[in-house]
Design a protein. Structure first.
Length: 69
């Protein structure tokens, strides 16, 4: 299939029409794999550590600005 996006959920069903009539299949769902390196692949713990480091750096910078003003 063309046009599918990485990391998305899809649901499909098949519909057929013949001289005998029309028939629908049951829905089938699947998910496409995310691209390597997408932010959704980064574990939550890693994101939390990075945020904590950035917050600590911002606090140290703010203190330094107050002290050396």
């Amino acid at each position: 299939m063309d046009g599918l996006r990485a990391g998305n959920h899809y649901e499909v069903r098949v519909q057929s029409i013949s001289l005998s009539g029309m028939a629908d299949s049951e829905p089938v769902s699947f998910e496409t794999q995310p691209k390597p390196g997408d932010p959704q692949n980064v574990p939550t713990a890693v994101v939390a550590v990075i945020c904590a480091l950035c917050a600590s750096f911002a606090l140290v910078l703010a203190i330094a600005l107050v002290i050396y003003r």
